[in-house]
Design a binder for this molecule. Structure first.
Ligand SMILES: C[S@@+](CC[C@H](N)C(=O)[O-])C[C@H]1O[C@@H](n2cnc3c(N)ncnc32)[C@H](O)[C@@H]1O
Length: 278
């Protein structure tokens, strides 16, 4: 008959496997699948779509959201891994101009960098960028920084921009201007809400000033996941953005006005424009 210490050892080993090993194997499996292709995408892969539907039925709304966040994160790891390889083999030229967090905006003569497909270098910008030190003469970064957590992710990203720039290189950055909606709110000025409607920045169901202010800070509609790259995670005014830039090592950082030579026309209204020099 098995002795009690042996039984205890067997039980604790089984327990450790349940709580430790199996989740690790499962995560590793998801990572390998995600890193090979877009197999984790439920829009491209029918098996994934089926697993997604089953998870949707079986899990509570919150548990289901966690499942999707995990799936998206693992998939993002795969995309970043492939993008990082491509970035290392990219034909970088000294003095390059980069548009980081460009989305669908393409400026002639700029290397486009974003997580979305169809760009020159596809990366998860919450991670270090595999781009050579001191290669860029200029970085343009429009309405991206507010998608990163502050101060950790945002500070790390700005340090990466500083590293990539050559001495004297310039970072032209814009983010949603937060002073404006707050001032309008306090003064009872309807202009911010009017512009939100004109430019369709926010969902149509929003009416009150406070609904718009909340959306400005969070950009989270009902059902949108926290891990989603579209969410806003911090709201800037000039003083805070300048502080973050100086903290990342930039010698100079100050407000500037819209520059039609490179700022996207749809960013003219509602943006805070800052220039920083390495
Ligand atoms: C509001 S759009 C701005 C796009 C463009 N610069 C413009 O002004 O229209 C924010 C962009 O940030 C990108 N983004 C957000 N989080 C990201 C991340 N972690 N890694 C890479 N790109 C990210 C999104 O893919 C999206 O293209």
């Amino acid at each position: 008959m098995a002795k009690i210490p042996e039984l205890l050892a067997a039980w604790s080993s089984a327990f450790l496997r349940m709580v430790g090993l199996y989740p690790c194997v499962w995560l590793e499996f998801l990572y390998l699948v995600g890193s090979q292709s877009n197999l984790l995408s439920s829009t491209r892969n029918p098996t994934m779509a089926l697993i997604d539907r089953l998870a949707h039925r079986a899990l509570s709304k919150y548990a289901y959201n966690s499942w999707r966040e995990l799936r998206d994160e693992v998939s993002a790891m795969g995309v970043h891994r492939r993008g990082a390889k491509a970035a290392k083999n990219f034909a970088w030229k000294q003095g390059a101009k980069l548009n980081i967090g460009c989305g669908s905006v393409k400026n002639a003569g700029f290397v486009s960098v974003d997580f979305c497909p169809g760009v020159d270098v596809r990366l998860d910008l919450r991670k270090p960028m595999p781009i050579p030190d001191g290669i860029a003469s200029m970085i343009l970064c429009e309405h991206f920084l507010e998608h990163l957590r502050y101060p950790g992710q945002a500070g790390a990203f700005l340090k990466e921009c500083h590293r990539i720039l050559q001495p004297g290189g310039e970072l032209y950055i814009s983010v949603p201007d937060t002073r404006w909606p707050l001032e309008c709110y306090v003064k009872g000025d309807p202009e911010y809400v009017r512009q939100c409607e004109v430019h369709r920045w926010h969902p149509e169901w929003m009416d009150t000033e406070m609904e718009h202010i909340n959306y400005h800070f969070r950009q989270q509609d009902d059902g949108r996941l926290d891990g989603n790259f579209e969410c806003h995670r911090f709201a800037y005014d000039e003083k805070t953005l300048v502080k973050a830039l100086r903290g990342a090592g930039f010698a100079e950082a100050h407000g500037r006005s819209f520059d039609p030579a490179f700022d996207a026309p749809h960013r003219r209204v509602g943006s805070l424009f800052v220039k920083a020099v390495k």
